[in-house]
Design a protein. Structure first.
Length: 859
C-alpha cells in the first residue's frame, strides 16, 4: 500500500480512532482526575515562568469559523492575578488576548489593540480549586466574538480588525512574539481543544507527568511547554520544601488559618509559610529548655509548649520572641508519641495516650488555658487500649476527635503481648466517652501512624500517614480512609523515613486556603539537635497507582466494546501492512569517524563485537542513575529519564554541588555558589535565590532518592549512596589502576558515552573537563603503547573512540585507529579519519599537520 493510501486511511478513520482513545481514556480518568499543567508565575524569575506554545512548527490554518475551549483554575493565596491567560496571533501580527484585570476583577477579551467589551466578571476566588470551562468562538463570516463559560454565553462582540487565517496560540509566558509576554496569572490549564466549523480537530488533555511536550490526541501534533509543572506528577509526589537542623528537642505546631508551621528549637523559633513556601526564623531572647518529648500546640491564636509530666505550660510571645516559662531540659517523659490537640469549644488542650518506662497508657489529660489547671479525665464508653504512635484528627471546634491505630497492649505492660492496633475510635470531649467505630483488617505488613491526621467530616473521610514500625529504613505512605467503613486507599508516592521509635516522629497538617497537605518529619539523634524536613502535596492528592475502578457493568462493557472495535480496526489495518517484511536485526556497529570532526559524507561503520566494546550506551535500568559522561542524563528510581525537569539554573546548581563533592573534593561554600550563579547580586538576594533553587533541586532529587545534601565544615556537600545510585563519574574514580583486561573493559564502558558533560558549557566547568580529559587520555594511550601489539583491532578502535570523546585532536588516537582500520582492511574508512583530522587540525591550529597518511601508518 502506498504512502498516499495510508494517509487517506488515517484520515478516514481519524474520527473512529479518536473515539476509541476517548473511550479508553474515560476509564483511566475516572480513577485519576488530577492532570493539567500549573503555571509558574508571580514571585518566580521571568525566565522560569511557564509558557505553552500549541503550534510551534506551523500555524493553525483557518478559512472559516473556529473555536478555542479549555479548562482553567487559579491558584489560591497568590496576591496578584494580573496577566495574560492566552494569546492568539495571526500572520499579520494581530492579537486576541484573554487577560485578567485586577482593577475590574474580570477576565477581559482584547481584540487587536482595543477592549472587545466582553468580560467575565468574577473574583479570583471563584476559580480557586475549581475547573471552569471557557470557550471562545470566532465567526469569520459574521465577524464576531462569542465568549462562554461552563456552557453559558457571557457576551458577544464584533471583530473590529481584519483577522487573518494563520493563527498561533500560546498560554502564559509568550517568548515567541516580538512583544514578549511575561505577565501571567498563577493558573492551571487542561483540556485545550480547537474546533473548526464545530468539528473537533485538536485536543491536548495536558495529562503528561514529565517532559516539555504535550500530545494532541487527534492528530499527534505537539505543543511545547517551557518550565512546566505537571499536575499528574505534583499530585502524586510529595515535594520537599525545607530541610534544616535546629538545636534542642524541637517540637511542631500548626496554625491552619494562617498556614504557618511552627518549629520550636532551643534558641530559635522557625516558621514555615505554606502559602509562600518560605522558611524563616526568629532568635529567642533566652534559650528555652526543651526536654525530650516536649509538645507544642497552636490554638486560640497562641503557641503553647509543655511536657505533660511537669504540668507546666509555657506560652510564646511572638513580639518579643520569648517563652514565659522555662522547663527543665533534662526531664524525662512518660508520654512519648501521645496525641494532643487544642479544642476551641472549651479552650483546652487534650493529651491522649503515650508511652514511657516500658508502659503504654490510655490516660486522657486536659489542660485549661483559661484556668491554667490540669485534670486527668475519667472516660466512659468503649475500651481504649493503651497505646502510642496513633493518629488523631478533630472536628473544627474540637468537641470530637477521631483516633486510629497505634501500638500498645491491653494491659499497658510492654512485656505482655504488645501489638499493632488498627481500630478507629471517636473521643467525645463533651460527654467524655470513647466509641469504637470499626476495626481495620490486619494488613500483610504492619504499620503505625503519624501522630496527627486530617479529618473531613463532609465526606466522612480522613487522611493519615502510615509507616512500618518493624524496620528502621521505613517510608511514609499517605492513605485516605472512611470514617464509616473499615477501608482505605493509598495516595501519592512514599516519603523516605528512618524510624527511630521515640527519636523520630511525623505530623500531617491541612492548609485549607492553599489546598495543600503538609507533612513535617523530625528526627532527634542523641546529640540533642533535631533535623526537620517539610513536605507538601496538592490536596486532594492522586491515587498511588491507577487502581481498577469499582465494578460497574457499564464500565466493563465500555472496555469490551472499545477492545472489540479497536481489534477490528487493527485487523483491517493488518490486511494492508502485514505483508511488509520485517527488517532483520541491525548489526552492532560503532561509528569510526572521530567525534566532533565533521564530514559531509555519510559516516562509515565497521562491525565491532559487543564483547570487545562493552556497553557503550547504557542499557535501560530501573536503578537510579546519574550520567555525566556524554549527554547529561538523570534516571529516577523507576528508570524514567527526568533530565528535562532540571531548569538551566537548577542544573548548574546541581552540577556545582555534585562535582565539588565527588572524590578529592570537599564541597563548595555558599559564597562560591553565589559568586558563580548570581554574580553582582546583593548577599541577601543571592541567599534567597540559593534557598529557593535548592528547594527546587531537592524536589527533583527526591525522585532519584538515596542522597544527602548537607553543610559540612561550612561547605555544601552532595552525596549519593553508591549502593543504590549509579554515577558514572563516581565509578570511574572508584576504579583502581586500570592495568587488568577487565579494568580496561570497564573503563571503555564508562567513557564510551562521551566526554564530561559534552553538551554543557560553563566557564567553571572547563577545568573539570580538561583535568578528566588529560587523565583518561593518558591512561588509554599508556595502555595502547604497551599492549596495542597484542590487542585486537576491535579493542583498539573501541579505545580510540573513547579517547576522541575527550580529545578530538589526539594524534596518538588517530594513529592507532587508522592502523586498526587498515588491519581490518577498512582502507577508505582509515583515509577518511585521517583527512577529517587534518582539516580540523588546520582549523584549530592554523597550520598543516606535518605527518602524511603513510607516515602515520608506520612506526
Amino acid at each position: 500500500m502506498g504512502f498516499v493510501t495510508y494517509i487517506s486511511l488515517l484520515r478516514k478513520y481519524r474520527c473512529f480512532l479518536y473515539t476509541m482513545v476517548l473511550l479508553l481514556m474515560a476509564y483511566s480518568l475516572y480513577a485519576q482526575e488530577k492532570y493539567g499543567v500549573e503555571f509558574a508565575s508571580k514571585g518566580i524569575d521571568p525566565e522560569y515562568r511557564t509558557g505553552v506554545n500549541f503550534f510551534p512548527e506551523k500555524p493553525l490554518t483557518v478559512t472559516h469559523n473556529f473555536s478555542l475551549a479549555f479548562d482553567l483554575s487559579l491558584m489560591p493565596d497568590a496576591g496578584s492575578y494580573f496577566g495574560y491567560v492566552f494569546r492568539l496571533t495571526d500572520e499579520k501580527g494581530q492579537h486576541i488576548d484573554l487577560v485578567f484585570n485586577m482593577r475590574t476583577s474580570s477576565f477581559d477579551l482584547i481584540g487587536g489593540n482595543a477592549y472587545s467589551g466582553i468580560s467575565i466578571k468574577t473574583t479570583p476566588r471563584t476559580f480557586f480549586h475549581n475547573w471552569h470551562n471557557i470557550r471562545l468562538d470566532i465567526n469569520d463570516k459574521q465577524r464576531t466574538f462569542i465568549l462562554s463559560m461552563n456552557g453559558k454565553q457571557i457576551s458577544k462582540a464584533s471583530i473590529t480588525f481584519p483577522a487573518g487565517h494563520e493563527w498561533r496560540l500560546s498560554f502564559g509566558a509568550n517568548r515567541y512574539d516580538e512583544a514578549k509576554i511575561l505577565d501571567l496569572p498563577p493558573m492551571r490549564l487542561r483540556d485545550v481543544k480547537i474546533y473548526i466549523d464545530d468539528e473537533l480537530t485538536h485536543h491536548w488533555p495536558l495529562d503528561e507527568d514529565s517532559g516539555a511536550i504535550a500530545r494532541d490526541l487527534i492528530d499527534g501534533a505537539t505543543a511545547t511547554i517551557e518550565n512546566p509543572i505537571w499536575l499528574a506528577y505534583t499530585c502524586r509526589n510529595w515535594q520537599q520544601s525545607a530541610d534544616f537542623v535546629t538545636l534542642g528537642n524541637a517540637s511542631v505546631a500548626f496554625d491552619g488559618e494562617q498556614g504557618i508551621v511552627y518549629i520550636g528549637g532551643r534558641d530559635s523559633m522557625y516558621y514555615y509559610n505554606c502559602a509562600k513556601n518560605i522558611l524563616g526564623a526568629d532568635r529567642l531572647e533566652e534559650a528555652q529548655g526543651l526536654p525530650a518529648g516536649n509538645m507544642t500546640v497552636f490554638g486560640g491564636k497562641q503557641l503553647y509548649n509543655f511536657l505533660p509530666d511537669l504540668k507546666k505550660v509555657s506560652t510564646y510571645d511572638g513580639e518579643h520572641h520569648a517563652w514565659d516559662l522555662n522547663a527543665d531540659k533534662d526531664s524525662v517523659t512518660r508520654f512519648w508519641h501521645a496525641n494532643k490537640y487544642y479544642a476551641p469549644f472549651d479552650s483546652a488542650i487534650y493529651v491522649i495516650g503515650g508511652y514511657g518506662y516500658y508502659h503504654f497508657t490510655n490516660q486522657v489529660q486536659r489542660y485549661s488555658t483559661t484556668s491554667h489547671t490540669w485534670d486527668n479525665l475519667d472516660i466512659e464508653g468503649d475500651s481504649f487500649t493503651p497505646r502510642y504512635m496513633s493518629a488523631l484528627g478533630t472536628t473544627p471546634d474540637g468537641d470530637s476527635a477521631f483516633i486510629i491505630g497505634g501500638y500498645g497492649s491491653v494491659s499497658g505492660d510492654q512485656l505482655l503481648n504488645p501489638h499493632n492496633l488498627y481500630d478507629l475510635l471517636l473521643f467525645d470531649a463533651k460527654a467524655r466517652t470513647f466509641k469504637k467505630i470499626y476495626q481495620l483488617p490486619v494488613p500483610e505488613k504492619p504499620f503505625v501512624f503519624g501522630s496527627s491526621m486530617v479529618v473531613d467530616t463532609k465526606s466522612q473521610s480522613y487522611y493519615a500517614l502510615t509507616f512500618g514500625n518493624d524496620r528502621m529504613q521505613s517510608s511514609l505512605q499517605l492513605i485516605k480512609g472512611s470514617l464509616l467503613r473499615p477501608e482505605y486507599t493509598k495516595l501519592a508516592g512514599e516519603i523516605p523515613f528512618r524510624y527511630f521509635d521515640i527519636r523520630s516522629g511525623v505530623e500531617l497538617f491541612y492548609y485549607a486556603k492553599g489546598q495543600k497537605l503538609i507533612a513535617v518529619v523530625r528526627y532527634t539523634p542523641e546529640n540533642h539537635v533535631t533535623q526537620i524536613r517539610i513536605y507538601s502535596i496538592p490536596f486532594p492528592p492522586a491515587l498511588l497507582t491507577t487502581s481498577p475502578a469499582p465494578s460497574h457493568p457499564f464500565r466493563i462493557w465500555l472496555w469490551v466494546i472499545a477492545g472489540v472495535c479497536l481489534a477490528a480496526f487493527l485487523l483491517v489495518r493488518s490486511k494492508y501492512f502485514f505483508q511488509a517484511s520485517q527488517p532483520s536485526e541491525a548489526p552492532y556497529t560503532i561509528n569510526v569517524s572521530a567525534p566532533v570532526i565533521s564530514d559531509t559524507r555519510p559516516s562509515m561503520t565497521v562491525a565491532i563485537s559487543r564483547q570487545e566494546t562493552g556497553q557503550i550506551l547504557p542499557a535501560h535500568s530501573s536503578r537510579p542513575s546519574i550520567l555525566l559522561l556524554g549527554q547529561f542524563t538523570i534516571l529516577d528510581k523507576e528508570g524514567t529519564n527526568i533530565s528535562k525537569l532540571f531548569s538551566p539554573l537548577v542544573k548548574e546548581l546541581f552540577l556545582l554541588l555534585l562535582l565539588h563533592s565527588l572524590p578529592d573534593k570537599k564541597g563548595i561554600t555558599s559564597e562560591k555558589i553565589n559568586e558563580t550563579l548570581w554574580p553582582g547580586r546583593a548577599a541577601k538576594d543571592a541567599k534567597n535565590n540559593r534557598s529557593v533553587n535548592i528547594v527546587k533541586l531537592k524536589a527533583i532529587l527526591d525522585r532519584v532518592g538515596y542522597y544527602t545534601l548537607e553543610k559540612e565544615e561550612g561547605k555544601w556537600v552532595l552525596h549519593f549512596d553508591n549502593e543504590y545510585v549509579d554515577i558514572d563519574l563516581q565509578q570511574y574514580f572508584g576504579m583502581s589502576d586500570y592495568k587488568s583486561d577487565s579494568d580496561i573493559r570497564q573503563l571503555i564502558n564508562i567513557t564510551g558515552r562521551g566526554g564530561l558533560l559534552s553538551e554543557t558549557e560553563y566557564s567553571w566547568l572547563d577545568k573539570f573537563k580538561s583535568d578528566l580529559a588529560a587523565e583518561v587520555t593518558l591512561l588509554f594511550i599508556n595502555y595502547l603503547n604497551q599492549w596495542a601489539a597484542g590487542s585486537s583491532a576491535e579493542r583498539i578502535i573501541a579505545i580510540t573512540n573513547c579517547i576522541l570523546n575527550f580529545d578530538p585532536l589526539s594524534e596518538e588516537a588517530v594513529m592507532f585507529k587508522c592502523r586498526a582500520l587498515v588491519t581490518l582492511r577498512q582502507h577508505a574508512a582509515a583515509r577518511a579519519i585521517y583527512n577529517n583530522f587534518v582539516r580540523e587540525y588546520k582549523d584549530i591550529y592554523g597550520e598543516m599537520f606535518r605527518k602524511e597518511y603513510q607516515e602515520l601508518l608506520v612506526d
